[in-house]
Design a protein around this ligand. Structure first.
Ligand code: WT7
Length: 643
């Protein structure tokens, strides 16, 4: 197999934080040989501590503590410590709304806004250990609310604005959250996403919630429940600007973010304070090669982990100018992202393969109509990037000048674990290349034995790292079982991978029943559970099928209860139903009605066979456990009839 290799550009390397392969290798070796010393030194140079820790880490498998006993505060690190430097009046958040409105918030201004909102929370009685749900559009008040929570030790859980009222409710209930922070709505493709309406719907069944604070973004009419609901601006009017950051233990819970697992119930991934922030901050330098003068833009939504670590916590703790955009990349036209790059002279641009593919399809004239010469580094995250998308990103967006950092990580890992250091590591399109220092990944078989180079196996991580998840909220057994028991003693990522002769990692996709739709994780079980809640549905089996833009699309095989059904109308209704139960992004691309589903003798749905049908239109491999082979033949035949 011929493989293009892109060595670092010498000019880029000359100014890079990590300037050569030797420098990278030396760091990586140092971290492997003496992790206490390596991470301990970084924690001292990169973060502010009110009190120093006792031990760098304590590992009682599968539970780890980093810098325990140390006292720090994420909000202080992201804001206050910059105020005594030249960053005081530097733009922290450079925001653009979808309608074209702008805000530039300096570190000093951010301090004022966050302190005021933290005062509001404090005066309403919230304090360390409480849980707040944040259900907001991509407006500055979202990071402001996150940082205000962090300032007081209130553990936040951001729920992506694309999730439905049902999904929101499940998260509020799982957390017993006391407060919800939201807005009337936000703008997406010229339409209002009505968030407060969804909050009202969710709260019919959430007795733990005492207060709802509503930021006014769209000004459209919403209902306010007296006593429970408060306007942000009204509370803010009387707020004190003095609200010092509370010194918190390094292991204090910073946030919980839900992600899909293999069951119908999402997992609340818990991240804590010192270790999480350290790794988010240091990867800004290692992987994004962040410099003081850079304008940095990550296009993710803060509702996902990418936005937590690489729009908010990583960039702000590193003192960066972080760009935030509210709306869709195709509004008002397909050049919106390139327009923003040109307007703000963006230097570092981080997006997903799905966005790249969607924009690539629209033609080169969109990016070519803009001056993109400010760009010096490009990033990719969410799924493996296919060579065609990589080449386009490199040539048309980066003009052949910009390295592309393909960053592999997960909600659970908190920060990037496998990615090139762009001044040091030669790139191979489609590979996340090498692990960052301190990370010991491997590719192994079922028993944990390393695979030979080039052979496919399970991607695992051998040692705990600072930004690792600490547990699944309320379910330590599931945490142990999911991540540390499949292959005993190592962290199980759920991804398949292979390693080439140069030690580069190639991620091949999930090995479990988790789909990746537009870089967002979605479990087949979650969609199935939603479908079977519909009164007409008897059984459902969901698989991901390859999709040109979103990577995978949701394909549902459905059997119906007895009765007369109008299949076309019902398919439409079921797609809408899933959007209502989970969120629009989970809406099945395709619903296929079938008489029965392929099952093993023990009654387990054989999704692998369905996956083969939607992928290759035929069935191969071992089908000896299949009870009713006829079903598969019928399904496959149905498919060819449809084409
Ligand atoms: C899964 C994690 C944290 C990033 C956003 C998604 C896949 C992520 C890559 C990449 C190949 C990737 C993996 C991983 N993935 N980045 N650069 N190359 N695959 O976070 O929802 O927690 O999903 O996304 O399958 O396990 P997530």
């Amino acid at each position: 197999m011929s493989q293009s290799i892109y060595p670092p550009n010498p000019e880029f390397s000359a100014n890079a934080h990590v300037a050569s392969m030797e420098a990278y290798q030396a760091m990586w070796d140092r971290a492997r040989d003496n992790p206490e010393r390596f991470w301990g030194e970084l924690a001292e140079t990169e973060l502010f501590w009110f009190e120093k820790w006792k031990h760098v880490f304590e590992w009682n498998p599968p539970f780890v503590k980093w810098f325990a006993g140390g006292k720090t505060n994420v909000s202080y690190n992201c804001i206050d410590r910059h105020l005594a430097t030249h960053r005081k009046n530097k733009v922290a958040i450079l925001w653009e709304g979808e309608p074209g409105d702008q805000r530039m918030i300096s570190y000093q201004e951010l301090h004022r806004l966050v302190s005021r909102f933290a005062s509001v929370l404090q005066s309403r009685g919230y304090r360390a250990g409480d849980r707040a749900i944040l259900y907001m559009p991509m407006i500055p008040e979202l990071p402001i609310a996150m940082l205000a929570c962090a300032r007081l030790g209130i553990t936040h859980s951001v729920v992506f604005g694309g999730f439905s009222a049902e999904a929101l409710k499940a998260r509020i209930q799982d957390l017993d959250a006391q407060i919800v922070i939201t807005s009337d709505g936000g703008w997406r493709r010229g339409k209002e996403v009505r968030l407060k309406d969804a909050v009202d719907e969710a709260l019919t069944d959430c007795p733990s919630v005492r207060d709802v604070i509503v930021f006014q973004r769209t000004g459209s009419g919403i209902s306010m429940q007296p006593g429970r609901d408060h306007w942000w601006h009204e509370l803010d009017a009387g707020a004190s600007e003095h609200c010092p950051a509370v010194p918190l233990d390094s292991e204090h819970p910073l946030y919980i973010l839900y992600t899909s697992g293999t069951t119908g119930k999402p997992k609340g991934i818990l991240h804590t304070t010192g270790g999480y922030l350290l790794q988010a901050a240091i990867t800004m330098k290692w992987v994004f090669d962040l410099k003081e003068e850079d304008t940095y833009w990550c296009t993710a939504d803060i509702g996902w982990v990418t936005g937590h670590s690489y729009i908010v916590y990583g960039p702000l703790s590193a003192g960066a100018t972080t760009v935030m955009y509210e709306g869709a990349p195709d509004t008002p036209a397909f050049d919106r992202l390139w327009r923003i790059v040109e307007k703000y002279r963006v230097n570092i641009f981080y997006t997903s393969p799905t966005a790249i593919r969607a924009l690539l399809r629209q033609g080169d004239h969109w990016p070519n109509g803009h001056d993109l010469s400010s760009l010096r580094l490009l990033g990719s995250v969410g799924e493996p990037i296919n060579p065609a998308a990589w080449e386009w990103y490199h040539r048309v967006i980066g003009k052949g000048r910009c390295p592309i950092v393909d960053t592999w990580w997960q909600t659970e890992t908190g920060a990037i674990l496998i990615a090139p250091m762009p001044g040091a590591v030669p790139l191979k399109p489609g590979s996340g290349t090498l692990p960052v220092p301190g990370i010991l990944p491997d590719v192994v078989d079922f028993n944990g034995n390393p695979m030979e180079d080039g052979k496919e196996g399970f991607l695992i991580i051998r040692r705990p790292w600072p930004s690792m998840l600490r547990t699944i909220w309320g379910d330590p057994d599931r945490y142990r079982e999911q991540y540390w028991s499949r292959i005993p003693g190592v962290y199980f990522t759920g991804d398949a991978a292979r390693r080439d002769k140069d030690g580069y990692f190639w991620i091949l996709g999930r090995v479990d029943d988790v789909m990746n739709v537009s870089g967002h994780r979605l479990s087949t079980m979650e969609v199935e559970s939603a479908l079977v809640r519909h009164p007409a549905v008897a059984e459902a089996a969901v698989v991901g099928k390859p999709h040109e833009i979103t990577g995978q699309a949701v394909c549902a095989f459905v059997t119906l209860k007895k009765g007369d059904h109008d299949h076309d109308a019902l398919a439409k209704e079921l797609r809408q139903w899933v959007a209502h139960e989970i969120g629009a992004f989970a809406r099945p691309d395709e619903i296929r009605f079938t008489e029965s589903l392929p099952k093993t003798r023990s009654g387990k749905i054989m999704r692998r066979l369905l996956r083969e049908i939607v992928t290759s239109h035929s069935v191969s491999g071992d089908v000896t456990t299949l009870e009713d082979m006829g079903v598969i033949t019928r399904l496959a035949a149905q498919q060819s009839e449809e084409e």
